[in-house]
Ligand binder design. Structure first.
Ligand SMILES: Cc1cc2nc3c(=O)[nH]c(=O)nc-3n(C[C@H](O)[C@H](O)[C@H](O)COP(=O)(O)OP(=O)(O)OC[C@H]3O[C@@H](n4cnc5c(N)ncnc54)[C@H](O)[C@@H]3O)c2cc1C
Length: 515
């Protein structure tokens, strides 16, 4: 039911909408700038609480979220890796906080599902198709950025890529980009490759990503559960209305909501957004992203294994998380398992998986891990155990894990899945994943109402759209968020950079207006 609008809405200098990294970075920069100004000029103290951050969810962080209780450490359901060691604003903040980071190669291992074979590092070096895939994607930076746009599927086909190369490209690159090769646009890939200044390795933080969120948010004026439904803007300023009728006004607004929310038609605008902006919003692709979190009581993979990309498999990629962390662990006894494998699916693969019952998604994932790490027979015909395990039963109830204020997260334990393993040493050898499985959860990002997807991908026919989306309106409405990064970078550092960009645009305008 609509609440009565506040009669005299509070006016702010800047309202930031969206408490993900982009919005937080914008609010932080403006808050610090106005505070420094006010400290230098005692008369300006009136300006102190002039920045307000409005967030629809009950918590800050946006896509940064974790679950506790699955493992003895918080398991991230959103971003987990800092991409690259160089030029990263996210890493700079983590350094400032004194975080330790572990550097890992990507990709680490390759599993060829059609041959049921994990390749050794020597085999990877000698595997012509794998090397060709990397050459195609690394060489894209030198392609003509002004050539007519095509999909990466067509690009590879024109270069005579065989089936194995295409499959490898789907699992290694397209899945990581968040789409399929058919959706991946060459022109935005060129843009991305030319602007990637961060390096190729992955960094793992020694604490949950949310500690960075807390660090950035310290001292900011924030309103949670404030869903911005409508924005009115003009030369006079901005008026924002929440879904329950509350109103605030401001000189400027920074919209740092995911592009998927704008595509959904929220917030509404008066006057309506210009056609060119709407077209830009619609052309930037953002698919679903599904994470399958599986907790185990024992490790059944080599200790130095970190990440596996797989062809011809249910999960195109999975990784092992076991973080040596300075973060105080939750009680080991209370955690479902001591080891965690995370399956990662995006694009059409995620869309197909999200139509399946969660029990089936977990069963299929376990089956894949059993196939890779167990000594199951090579063919179904040879399989004397085929009637034995991986059936999926209807689920009667879920264990609920704490996710954050106001949120619960469903977890399927062994009792909810029909895992028929006898517990013998032989069975554990052939089906280690099924044997040691303790519980799992399927995280479907499309169902997160204020995000509605994973992250944006280099999209066919979207070249230039991100800069159009980023352009301010009437010098009053500013845009931030990973989708507005002109370098087609959907990572955490990009979100921070876009927030800071929008904040600086406002500060420059204020300087100009004083001249
Ligand atoms: C599963 C997954 C894995 C990822 N892995 C990585 C990784 O390993 N490394 C990496 O660098 N990046 C990764 N990313 C991408 C990274 O999470 C994003 O680029 C980044 O967090 C985006 O920040 P943002 O501020 O642009 O958007 P968000 O974090 O989505 O923030 C937007 C905020 O706006 C709020 N909002 C929406 N609508 C409204 C409204 N109408 N009113 C008020 N508030 C609203 C939302 O609740 C949200 O808090 C991953 C993302 C996902 C989903």
């Amino acid at each position: 039911m609509a609440a009565t609008p506040n009669p005299t809405p509070r006016h702010y200098r800047v309202v930031v909408v969206g408490g993900g990294l982009a919005g937080l970075a914008a609010a932080r920069l403006l808050h610090d700038h106005y505070h420094a100004d006010a400290d230098a000029d005692a008369d300006a103290h009136a300006h102190k609480a002039q920045v307000l951050l409005l967030e629809a969810a009950p918590t800050l962080g946006g896509r940064i979220q974790h679950v506790t209780g699955l493992a003895p450490w918080p398991v991230e359901i959103g971003p987990e890796f800092i991409h690259g060691t160089m030029n990263s604003s996210f890493k700079d903040i983590a350094d400032q906080m004194g975080c330790e980071m572990r550097e890992l190669p990507y990709p680490d291992r390759y599993y060829l599902g059609s041959e049921r074979r994990m390749l050794s590092s020597d085999e990877v070096q000698e595997h012509e198709d794998i090397q060709r895939v990397h050459e195609y994607f690394q060489g894209i930076a030198s392609e003509d950025p002004d050539a007519p746009d095509i999909s990466m599927a067509e690009y590879l086909q024109r270069r005579g890529a065989n089936d194995t190369i295409t499959q490898l490209a789907e699992s290694i690159y397209a899945n990581d980009f968040g789409c399929s090769l058919k959706q991946l646009g060459v022109r935005e890939c060129i843009q991305e490759a030319q602007n990637w200044i961060y390096g190729d390795t992955y960094l793992i933080l020694d604490r949950p990503m949310s500690s960075v969120v807390d660090f950035i948010a310290k001292g900011l004026k924030v309103r949670l559960d404030w869903f911005v439904q409508h924005v009115e803007y003009g030369t006079h300023g901005v008026k924002l209305q929440s879904s329950d009728g509350r109103i605030v006004t401001a000189d400027y607004v920074i919209l740092a909501v995911p592009v998927s929310i704008l595509q959904y038609g929220v917030p509404t605008f008066k006057p309506p957004l210009p056609k060119v902006k709407v077209e830009a919003i619609d052309s930037i692709g953002m698919n679903n992203c599904v994470k399958v979190l599986m907790a185990f009581s024992d490790r059944f993979w080599p200790e130095d294994m970190f990440d596996v990309v797989c062809t011809h498999c249910f999960l195109p990629e999975f990784w092992m998380t076991h973080y040596p962390t300075t973060f105080s662990h939750t009680d080991e006894q209370a955690a479902l398992g001591k080891f965690v494998v995370v399956g990662f699916m995006t694009g059409e693969v995620a869309a197909a998986a999200s139509k399946l019952p969660e029990a089936e998604v977990i069963s299929k994932s376990l089956r894949q891990l059993d196939e890779i790490f167990g000594d199951l027979p090579k063919t179904v015909e040879d399989c004397e155990y085929s009637a034995c395990c991986h059936g999926t039963k209807a689920i009667s109830s879920f264990k609920e894990l704490h996710l954050g204020p106001g949120k619960r997260h469903k977890v399927l334990t062994r009792d909810h899945l029909h895992i028929d393993v006898c517990g013998s040493a032989e069975c554990a050898r052939s089906r280690p994943a099924s044997t040691w499985f303790q519980g799992g959860s399927v995280v479907n990002w499309e169902q997160e109402s204020f995000v509605r997807g994973g992250y944006t991908y280099p999209s066919v026919n979207a070249h230039g759209a991100r800069s159009i989306l980023a352009a301010p309106l009437e010098k009053r409405v500013f845009f931030a968020g990973e989708a507005t990064h002109p370098g087609v970078n959907p990572c955490m550092q990009a979100a921070i950079d876009t927030g800071r960009r929008a904040a600086r645009q406002i500060l420059s305008l204020e300087v100009l207006s004083r001249l």
